[in-house]
Design a protein around this ligand. Structure first.
Ligand SMILES: Nc1ncnc2c1ncn2[C@@H]1O[C@H](COP(=O)(O)OP(=O)(O)OP(=O)(O)O)[C@@H](O)[C@H]1O
Ligand SMILES: [Mg+2]
Length: 264
């Protein structure tokens, strides 16, 4: 599509509304976009600038995030660690536009993400981001194939592209042979791999994962991490995830440790 380049150069709100043909971008164009961005190692896919988030609780204010500074670069695997209640999920929700900071700003792919309208942010989130949760989030009555297909349907991708892309994504996570199994016929690790296939099917440039290995044993967690490393290479995505597991942190490009609403 002709607006591929324009997307990186100018990011006006009006333009967002004209991006409905994004779904027609070819794989080649998408890769060019992502690898173009990664030529400059200083380039940031996401920049978080002095972000605060507080909640009104019973007449007072609970300050959860207190001036977060962070960057996510193209094709980076970034991890957030910190004690329970330290604010990791709160931050991840802001990064994914499911919540907005009380102060500070978040830039995503050159867009003032945290300052955009809810509708604009939703559009960007649907097109450019993928989400993975602790509890797999699959539709129980649909097969692995149908679960991944559903995400392409929801993203408005042309029907003619579904089959090839679904098979490609399931292949990528090593589940081509389990394609027609439903979630209850799969192990926890396999279900999470289907959830990963589902989250990347629409070709996002950023994946956000909240404790994606928390319900898995060590061997399955290691499998998930090798799938993550594989998709960073083959799909040109960046991944930001939370974890409590020190062995998993070894594969991170960068670990941010949250203490009392700030990184140390
Ligand atoms: N909507 C909300 N209203 C009030 N307080 C909230 C809200 N969301 C989160 N909090 C509070 O913010 C703090 C951080 O919560 P958060 O879920 O971000 O922690 P976490 O680091 O993800 O913890 P865990 O490791 O247990 O998942 C908690 O004290 C929580 O009670
Ligand atoms: Mg959490």
């Amino acid at each position: 599509m002709t607006d591929t380049k324009k997307r990186e150069d100018t990011h006006t709100a009006d333009e967002l509304g004209s991006r409905s043909d994004h779904s027609n971008h070819s794989e080649k164009e998408h890769r060019a976009r992502a690898s173009g961005a990664s030529n400059d190692t200083n380039e940031k896919l996401m920049a978080v600038n002095m972000v605060e988030r507080s909640f009104p609780v019973g007449g007072s204010t609970l300050h959860v995030l207190k001036g977060i500074q962070m960057d996510i670069k193209p094709r980076q695997l970034v991890m957030l660690k910190g004690r329970s209640g330290s604010g990791k999920t709160t931050l991840l929700n802001c990064l994914g536009g499911l919540d907005t900071p009380s102060k500070g700003e978040i830039w995503f792919n050159g867009l003032p993400f945290s300052k955009m309208s809810d509708d604009e942010r939703t559009l960007v989130r649907r097109r450019e981001m993928g989400f993975i949760f602790q509890a797999f989030a699959l539709m129980p009555l649909l097969s692995a194939y149908e679960n991944v297909e559903l995400s392409l349907r929801m993203a408005g991708k042309p029907r003619s592209e579904w089959k090839k892309r679904v098979e490609e994504c399931l292949e990528l996570v090593g589940l081509a042979k389990r394609m027609h199994h439903r979630p209850f016929e799969l192990s926890g690790g396999e279900q999470q791999r289907v959830a990963i296939a589902k989250s990347i099917a629409h070709r996002p440039i950023l994946l956000l994962a909240d404790e994606p290995t928390a319900e898995l044993d060590t061997a399955m967690s290691a499998q998930i991490m090798s799938v993550f490393q594989n998709i960073i290479e083959t799909e040109n995505v960046s991944i930001c995830m939370t974890t409590h597991d020190p062995t998993i942190m070894e594969v991170a490009d960068h670990v941010y440790e949250m203490v009392d609403g700030k990184f140390i």
